[in-house]
Design a protein around this ligand. Structure first.
Ligand SMILES: Nc1nc2c(ncn2[C@@H]2O[C@H](COP(=O)(O)OP(=O)(O)OP(=O)(O)O)[C@@H](O)[C@H]2O)c(=O)[nH]1
Ligand SMILES: [Mg+2]
Length: 212
């Protein structure tokens, strides 16, 4: 008799069995933004909200991301029956030129801004401008998140909007939004996911989600 092989394949998020067979669509979302913006914390927070047993992120617990992290989030009803595959990509300057390779396969982009980092807000705008101007991001929803709103010194969302106004004009033809969040406490995170999935579905003729 042949020895039984152990399945050792690593699987970060085994998907719950309760999902019925009609749930077959997958949309790819990329979390972009400068280093220290809170992308990994946001991904961890989303996991803790939508996946059972995923722990909530703790302040300062995430080391800077050198490559990328990915999680698949099955969205609960009444949201559309879709899996959101979220990629958190390192934001250090040396890693940013790698972002372009992900644009064509993305159904939405989430650009995370550290609202407390006033010194780099212009850099942040310049980087977002490059993302928005890239040919392969044309027509896909872009969500800008003014993160770290739990911190007293953070810029208000209206102040962030002002900085990004110039870009917003160029985005007028497509779905975009600026929302205030705290990836740490979770304020605004569900609303952000809901905005994303609604816009991805609305855009499905232009960039159809994948069949699983
Ligand atoms: N107070 C507060 N701190 C936050 C929040 N989000 C992230 N942080 C902190 O900000 C720091 C950076 O967070 P990360 O999630 O590692 O940032 P990142 O965007 O993934 O950074 P890179 O991987 O270098 O691109 C950590 O100390 C987090 O705990 C937030 O909403 N509020
Ligand atoms: Mg990170």
């Amino acid at each position: 008799m042949r020895p039984q092989r152990k399945n050792t394949r690593y699987c970060e998020n085994p998907l719950p069995r309760v999902y019925n067979s009609t749930r077959v669509l997958t949309a790819l979302t990329r979390l972009l933004g400068l280093d220290n913006a809170g992308k990994t914390t946001l991904l961890e927070k989303i996991k803790s909200i939508y996946l059972s047993h995923a722990p909530a992120p703790r302040q300062g617990a995430q080391p800077p991301t050198v490559g990328q992290n990915m999680s698949t989030i099955p969205l609960p009803s009444p949201l559309p029956p879709i899996y959101l595959k979220i990629w958190d990509i390192g934001g250090q300057e040396s890693l940013r030129n790698l972002w372009t390779q992900y644009y064509t396969s993305s159904h939405a982009i989430v650009f995370v801004v550290d609202s407390t980092d006033k010194a780099r807000i212009e850099e942040c705008r310049d980087v977002l401008e490059i993302v928005v101007d890239a040919e392969d991001t044309e027509g896909i929803p872009i969500l800008m998140l003014a993160n770290k709103q739990d911190r007293e010194e953070s810029l208000e969302v209206e102040e962030i909007k002002e900085v990004f106004n110039k870009i917003a004009e160029r985005l007028s033809a497509r779905d975009s939004r600026v929302l205030p969040i705290s990836a740490l406490t979770g304020t605004g995170v569900k609303e952000s996911v809901e905005w994303l999935v609604t816009r991805i579905m609305r855009n499905k003729e232009y960039r159809p989600p994948l069949m699983r």
